[in-house]
Design a protein around this ligand. Structure first.
Ligand SMILES: *[C@@H]1O[C@H](CO)[C@@H](O)[C@H](O)[C@H]1NC(C)=O
Ligand SMILES: *[C@@H]1O[C@H](CO)[C@@H](O)[C@H](O)[C@H]1NC(C)=O
Ligand SMILES: *[C@@H]1O[C@H](CO)[C@@H](O)[C@H](O)[C@H]1NC(C)=O
Ligand SMILES: *[C@@H]1O[C@H](CO)[C@@H](O)[C@H](O)[C@H]1NC(C)=O
Length: 418
């Protein structure tokens, strides 16, 4: 909280102080010319008074910023009761507001957060980044009601498919749900697996409530394979853009199915490691990544349309999760203390645009989780150097508790408002 005050003071008074200093300097010259001490003193007094006034204005206004009038709090509280979000409201258009009731769980009570995402345990000192809530412009996201969600999920199977950002959302969901389970011994990984970066399937069973929350690692969603014979030397592996990942059979029989893909569709993760595209049985060595991604999404679309039973399975697709590498370099990761006020174009992403197009074109209902704009503000919430490997800074993944909890609050509000 003191950091917020401090920052407000410098933001607002930073403009005034140089001006006042200039007045003071000018007055010194005057005082020298006329040897009139009294005038010099009075201008000094004005400077002091200005600074003091500024200080009080900032303290006063920040008080109202931190503690909005009690009337407002009650109103906010009331409208967050109930479980519906209106169809007219675009929940992805909004801003982050301070909310002291966050975070939703304590990381040390949840064994399913991987060490790399538990920033406080890895030495991060400030915890203000955990105290923000997403506030859509024209409505409220219902308050997370763990009892209602546990009840809703009874007997169901939740499946996340995607890259490590999906694993983060999976960990976040497990921990959010665990906060409502009294005897935590009845929550366990079904195969006794440790959570590791390469593992292809993780399944946490909530025995008392008879449901599972699972994660399948499939960073491209389509099928990887070996390079065909007689390929150029640089080709080590191929991505078969027209075939879903072989794991897809295991995703079909789910009740809630949440996809993502995006962070691996880059030259450094594909071409530079010897991965090239194959489509219709033919190598496509010159195909740009953006085209490859669109073909993969079309493959996903026809898979959803042909394999998923919309009467049983609720499908979501999450858009690109903003990263905050400064000057585009993977070396420059500066995690801020506060969310940024300017999103500097990060609210848009060509990957998200392709996903939105694909999702809107599917013939069965698929819910878009358009997290790109909300993540764009959160330069304060990345893992940074508070990971399990501090020598590799990380401005792509998020600390837990943190931003992915909000993605899950959105999922739950979509599910429970049905
Ligand atoms: C806000 O709502 C929660 C849950 O419904 C309740 O426990 C709390 O007392 C409410 N707070 C106020 C200020 O009304
Ligand atoms: C989380 O739980 C641990 C152990 O129970 C406790 O020491 C710590 O203070 C808690 N943290 C917060 C933020 O409540
Ligand atoms: C879904 O339910 C509707 C109405 O009950 C039914 O007409 C349709 O055949 C069902 N679709 C599938 C794929 O089971
Ligand atoms: C939309 O889907 C149809 C198949 O259902 C496909 O032929 C068409 O190319 C798709 N359009 C876009 C813009 O992806």
């Amino acid at each position: 909280m003191s950091a917020v005050l401090n920052r407000l003071y410098w933001d607002l008074c930073g403009y005034l102080r140089p001006m006042l200093k200039r007045v003071l300097k000018f007055s010194k010259i005057l005082a020298g010319n006329y040897s009139k001490n009294s005038m010099f003193q009075s201008v000094t007094a004005i400077f002091m008074f200005g600074s003091l006034l500024c200080f009080f204005v900032v303290m006063g206004s920040s008080y109202f910023y931190m503690f909005p009038s009690s009337e407002k709090v009650v109103e906010t509280n009331r409208s967050r009761d109930g479980n519906s979000i209106s169809k007219e409201c675009n929940v992805f258009d909004g801003k982050w507001v301070v909310d002291g009731s966050y975070p939703l769980y304590n990381a040390s009570d949840c064994p399913f957060i991987e060490r790399g995402f538990d920033c406080l345990a890895n030495g991060r000192k400030d915890n203000e980044y955990q105290k923000w809530r997403w506030k859509p412009k024209n409505c409220e996201i219902p308050r997370f009601d763990v009892g209602a969600v546990l009840k809703y999920l009874r007997g169901k199977r939740v499946v996340f498919v995607g890259d490590s950002l999906s694993r983060t959302q999976w960990e976040s969901m497990v921990c959010m749900l665990m906060s409502g389970v009294e005897d935590k011994r009845f929550v366990y990984e079904a195969n006794g697996n440790e959570i590791t970066k390469q593992i292809r399937h993780l399944s946490v069973r909530f025995e008392t409530f008879a449901f599972t929350v699972e994660f399948y690692r499939s960073v491209f969603l389509v099928q990887p394979g070996p390079a065909p014979k007689h390929s150029p030397k640089r080709v080590k592996n191929v991505l078969r853009l027209d075939q879903m990942d072989d794991l897809n059979k295991e995703w079909i029989d789910s009740d809630i199915l949440i996809f993502n893909s995006g962070h691996w569709w880059t030259p450094t993760k594909l071409f530079e490691l010897g991965w090239y595209f194959q489509n219709g049985g033919r190598m496509k060595l010159g195909m740009p990544i953006s085209n490859g991604f669109k073909i993969a999404l079309a493959t996903w679309q026809s898979w959803v349309e042909n394999e998923v039973n919309p009467n049983k399975t609720r499908v979501f697709f999450r858009t690109f999760e903003s990263s905050h590498w400064s000057s585009g370099s993977r070396q420059n990761c500066k995690v801020t203390m506060q969310p940024s006020l300017k999103v500097k174009g990060k609210q848009k992403s060509s990957i998200s645009d392709a996903i939105i197009k694909a999702v809107n074109n599917v013939s069965i209902p698929v819910t878009l989780l358009h997290v790109t704009p909300m993540g764009a503000f959160r330069s304060d919430a990345h893992v940074g150097s508070w990971s399990d490997n501090p020598s590799v800074p990380d401005c792509s993944h998020w600390c837990l508790p943190g931003v992915p909890d909000m993605w899950n609050e959105l999922v739950f509000s979509f599910l429970l408002s049905q």
